[in-house]
Write a protein that binds this ligand. Sequence first.
Ligand SMILES: Cc1cc2nc3c(=O)[nH]c(=O)nc-3n(C[C@H](O)[C@H](O)[C@H](O)COP(=O)(O)OP(=O)(O)OC[C@H]3O[C@@H](n4cnc5c(N)ncnc54)[C@H](O)[C@@H]3O)c2cc1C
Length: 405
Amino acid sequence: MTSNERVVVIGTGLAGVRLARRLGELGTPALLIGEEEHRPYNRVLLAEVLAGRYSPEVIALPAPARIVRGRVVGVDRAQRTVACADGSVIAYDRLVLATGSNPVLPPLRGLFTENHELPEGVHAFRTMDDCLGLSKAVRPGARAVVVGGGLLGVSAARALALRGAQVVLAQQSERLMERQLDPAASKLVKRHLTDLGVEVHTECRVRDVRCVGGAVRSVEMADGYALDADLVVVACGVRPRVGLALTAGLDVRKGVVVDDELRTSDPYIHAIGDCAQHADVLYGLATPALEQADALAELLAGDASARYTGTRSLTRLTLTGHDSPFDLAAFGETEALPGDDVVQLADATRGTYRKVVVRDDRLVGGVLVGELGTVGALARAWEGAEPLPSDGGPLLHLLTNDGGS
Ligand SMILES: Cc1cc2nc3c(=O)[nH]c(=O)nc-3n(C[C@H](O)[C@H](O)[C@H](O)COP(=O)(O)OP(=O)(O)OC[C@H]3O[C@@H](n4cnc5c(N)ncnc54)[C@H](O)[C@@H]3O)c2cc1C
């Protein structure tokens, strides 16, 4: 690519902004197009805004200079232009899709009004607008139901509880954050939420959202039990936002399919972040989005050898309570298979838990709750995928940092 080619990036989330900033540093300025009316911000920290710990300005990202507000509604691959909702047309030499994800809205009866909108009091939790809407609606004593007990639902429940709401969290499966955590760690997360006053119901399926005059009044469970609700947060996961790529005729499976050069089935169009599917993997996490942006910046700025080969990403979550923070980190496989070695340390009084799983002398996963001092060393051992010394001593040391206390 030559340095005077026009790079256009759709999406001003973590991936798009990082790419534009890196390209600017490398002397290849890009044009960013984003539909959200707010200054670009760090989505990972939205729960902190909802909890009242940070103002929206604190989580703003350093925005690149060339940024246009608008929604792209079409891509003309033959002409190499994009069309915006306001009728404007922008030409590109290289186009980057960084369109992120949409929240999954499950097929609950009553979840949509006749105009296909969420009823008053029902919120998704994905954007700054969702967060500000929820923040405006929540007040001490408000009855809030959070549907979904993954990372998003847990973050939302804890933030609403800190704002004084009476929160019920309904999780369909048998435990919280099951994608990231093993059963013992899930139990500690549940205990943390319960200590904050959140009522956690697992194996509990919400069936119905009941409204009066367009506003939510209650939520009904599959067993017929009804919960009064002033607020409902739908936190049932996300789905890559691929509408533009599909109508442009690009190869899309669950996400937009990309190769190691983050290139889609059209060599002039790339995709990064939550919307991209690389080596069959959809990440939906911040670190891979940033690593993809960095690799693509190198490529577009002229380093033909740059590649993205995947991310071994650690999930971290800090849940700040009234007096004590509750940190957790998880990586790789947190549940052992037959034949794996497991080292586990638990302290019920302090609410800490540490576990690593080793297979064929390699660290394959781990989970740390409440005690994250060793997370850096463990992450390095996991990322490096080097064989561990066979006597087990160093492994225990990795877990304790202090020789086994
Ligand atoms: C509340 C919350 C907490 C999270 N916590 C964590 C966490 O602890 N750890 C972690 O790793 N990840 C977390 N995530 C996930 C993380 O935020 C995402 O993985 C990351 O934001 C992906 O970045 P992205 O740039 O690909 O997409 P996004 O940040 O979603 O940005 C995409 C942008 O593109 C815009 N856009 C889409 N289509 C168009 C169009 N046609 N025209 C113009 N603009 C368009 C969207 O409006 C959006 O602004 C969390 C997410 C949420 C919502």
